[in-house]
Design a protein around this ligand. Structure first.
Ligand code: BGC
Length: 245
């Protein structure tokens, strides 16, 4: 079965049809810059353009970098503030004319990793953290997702995690792998203290450089890099849409 997966981010909106039985993209992914300002209407038009690009009329799974409850976007950390309180799922269904489900981007990436990547077969508490512009999180307990966990906004030592240790901060402040790795280590230890996970999976584009910063990570909990890298959001979005009635 094929479902169109779309991943909305602060800088780009990407999509591709996904074979949800194999967890792989079946066509080259298409990317369009996120319009600025990234208002619901402007982003909705780009999502519709992506669907048209693939001549799509079937199911769509779509991610968004915010809390999504019952199809409504309830936060907007790295996108236009007008998303807060928007009936976003309804809006995107109208724009595309397709049955569509909307979910948090890290939750989608986590679903893909649990089913086809680094989390496959892992029971207990598994925490996936996506390190990008912000920090996204997905928490699984025996394979079941606790949606909208937002661990990137956790405060410790008077700092908000994503403003101190996201990949954007590493690039903006030109931090060495050691310096940034030590920050990630402090953050992971804090999450470990609060939730006693059995496995951490680190995702986001930077996970391809896992070997450069993993020497500085010293949690008791096992830490592995994500396997689906940048495709996890698209694949996970499509997996989530299997449940559309
Ligand atoms: C948002 C999350 C999102 C994460 C990664 C955070 O700023 O609050 O909802 O998952 O960024 O995009």
């Amino acid at each position: 079965m094929e479902i169109l997966g779309i991943d909305i981010g602060g800088s780009g909106i990407k999509g591709a049809p996904v074979d949800v039985d194999k967890g792989i993209m079946v066509a080259e992914r298409h990317r369009i810059d996120t319009p600025q300002p990234s208002t619901p209407d402007a982003v909705g038009n780009v999502v519709a353009e992506l669907a048209r690009h693939f001549d799509w009329t079937g199911l769509i799974g779509c991610t968004f970098p915010a809390i999504i409850k019952n199809g409504v976007t309830l936060s907007a950390a790295n996108v236009d503030q007008s998303w807060i309180g928007t009936q976003a799922e309804k809006l995107l269904r109208k724009k595309t004319g397709c049955p569509l489900i909307l979910l948090n981007d890290a939750d989608a990436a986590g679903m893909a990793e649990m089913e086809f990547g680094a989390g496959k077969g892992h029971k207990g508490v598994v925490i996936i953290l996506t390190l990008g512009t912000g920090i996204g999180s997905a928490v699984f307990v025996n394979g079941a997702l606790l949606a909208n966990s937002e661990l990137g906004h956790l405060e410790f030592d008077g700092r908000e995690a994503e403003k101190w240790t996201s990949d954007k901060v590493r690039k903006d402040k030109d931090l060495s792998w050691k310096k940034w790795g030590e920050r990630i280590d402090a953050y992971l230890k804090h999450v470990e203290f609060l939730l006693s996970p059995d496995l951490f999976i680190l995702g986001g584009g930077v996970s391809k450089n896992f070997d450069k910063f993993s020497p500085y990570l010293h949690t008791q909990t096992m830490i592995v890099p994500a396997q689906l890298l940048n495709d996890a959001g698209i694949v996970g979005a499509a997996l989530a849409a299997r449940n559309i009635k």
